[in-house]
Design a protein around this ligand. Structure first.
Ligand code: SF4
Length: 223
């Protein structure tokens, strides 16, 4: 690496580390807001959480889990009934279909268990990279960087990434930070994006990171 680009890289890494350090001070502890117990419930909750809020999912899941307690019972679920139970989370027709198909696949191929293999998880209906990464990191403690809309937005505003593509953002964040930080960083970026660095009207006055923020520099209305 040429000397100039080496200096640039070191500066960028130190900036990335400072962002994480401040985020950790600002949000000392953080955990997922999805309410679940065990891998079955986690998987179902994460699949349901696509394009909706964790709060909406948490309202629907207590009855859902009491009615269908594992992948076997969900595999045998009546589509219309399942769709009715999850109708408040949005995209209920698609999510009900996916949950039944996903459960049938796991029952047929994995004895009704979720397995800690990324390549397999993304073959399940309704499971993309983000969902698979959340299942692995949250459910199995395997370091993975899950990129959702909040992570994308905050990472872009802080100029940690220069691509709008989730897969490239995931790769970039994994380059910038060591594996032991990925899970906590994901949760902090989600929490920070959800409650402070919102898509519309972010709370820049409360933010510990304006010095690093390109959005704040260029667009923040409070300036
Ligand atoms: S300054 Fe505002 S836009 Fe920038 S990271 Fe902070 S909250 Fe988000």
């Amino acid at each position: 690496m040429a000397k100039a680009s080496k200096i640039c890289f070191v500066k960028f890494m130190s900036r990335a580390n400072e962002i994480l350090r401040r985020l950790k001070i600002f949000i000392p502890t953080v955990s997922t807001e999805l309410v679940y117990n065990g891998l079955y419930q986690l998987t179902v909750a994460v699949v349901l959480s696509a394009q909706t809020t964790d709060k909406a999912v948490n309202k629907a899941t207590p009855f859902l889990f009491s009615r269908y307690s594992d992948f076997y019972s969900l595999a045998a679920a009546d589509y219309q009934e399942l769709k009715e139970i999850i109708k408040t989370v949005g995209l209920a027709p698609t999510k009900a279909k996916n949950l039944i198909k996903l459960s049938r696949k796991l029952v047929t191929e994995q004895q009704g268990m979720i397995v800690p293999e990324f390549a397999y998880l993304i073959t399940l209906p309704g499971v993309g990279r983000k969902t698979a990464n959340v299942i692995l990191s949250e459910g199995f403690g395997i370091p993975r960087m899950a990129v959702d809309t909040h992570v994308l937005r905050v990472a872009k505003r802080l100029a940690l990434v220069d691509s709008p593509k989730p897969q490239l953002v995931e790769a970039r964040l994994c380059e910038l930070y060591p594996p032991e930080e990925w899970h906590g960083l994901h949760l902090r970026l989600v929490f920070f994006g959800r409650y402070y660095c919102k898509a519309k009207k972010p709370s820049c006055d409360l933010c510990p990171l304006p010095a690093f923020c390109h959005y704040y520099t260029n667009y923040a209305p409070e300036k």
